[in-house]
Design a protein around this ligand. Structure first.
Ligand SMILES: [Mg+2]
Length: 110
């Protein structure tokens, strides 16, 4: 099951960007540096979202870190990440992901 945590209301972007940050093996590979990056992006007005392939049943640990960083989080439950975010009304400008194919494809590669 998909789940979304604290998605902000739509707002005009202006010069700011929406950034989709993968959790497993991306953020978790280097939590310190990625945490610093998130804070630096926030200082400049950009919005960072965790976008994870996890399902709602595995979402808890991601939410915990998202709350610590003050960002929103989405669990796509195996659905393509870009389509899931588009359906939520969030157009991600920049993706950061160790498995970029999952931005467009589901687990079967379709
Ligand atoms: Mg990953």
């Amino acid at each position: 099951m998909q789940a979304a945590h604290k998605i902000p209301d739509w707002a005009p972007k202006g010069d700011t960007k929406d950034v989709g940050l993968d959790y497993d093996d991306t953020y978790t590979a280097a939590p310190g540096p990625f945490g610093e990056m998130v804070r630096a992006m926030q200082r400049e007005g950009h919005r960072v979202y965790f976008v994870t392939y996890r399902g709602a049943d595995e979402f808890g640990p991601v939410i915990k870190v998202a709350d610590m960083l003050g960002i929103a989080a989405v669990a796509t439950d195996g659905a393509p990440k870009m389509r899931t975010m588009d359906n939520l009304g969030v157009s991600i400008d920049i993706w950061i992901d160790d498995m970029p194919e999952l931005i467009f494809e589901d687990q079967s590669g379709v």
